[in-house]
Design a protein. Structure first.
Length: 96
């Protein structure tokens, strides 16, 4: 999988943060999930946690080796990294 720095820069300009997941000799490039993707994944994920990861991976996918989506071992390995995508900034609530 060859992705140029120019392509990564273009993705960053369009999507913000870009991440690379590597599993053995395969890799994929993903962005943070949108609110719409998170909402859909959360709804479906209450009944099927694997489907939650599938929706997040597909919704965040920019490019990469398609085997990560289709091979169960590669998919489960990549899925273990998806929680890192959903770490958000700390917010504070202050009563006035």
């Amino acid at each position: 999988m060859q992705v140029t720095q120019e392509q990564i820069d273009a993705w960053k300009k369009q999507h913000g943060d870009v991440f690379k997941i590597t599993v053995e000799d395969k890799c994929c490039f993903i962005k943070r999930p949108s609110r719409k993707t998170l909402s859909y994944a959360s709804t479906v994920g209450t009944k099927d946690p694997i489907k939650f990861n599938e929706i997040i991976l597909n919704g965040c996918w920019l490019d990469g080796d398609a085997e990560i989506k289709t091979d169960d071992t590669l998919f489960m390995s990549a899925s273990s990294q998806l929680a890192e995508l959903m770490q958000f900034k700390t917010a504070e609530l202050e009563k006035l």
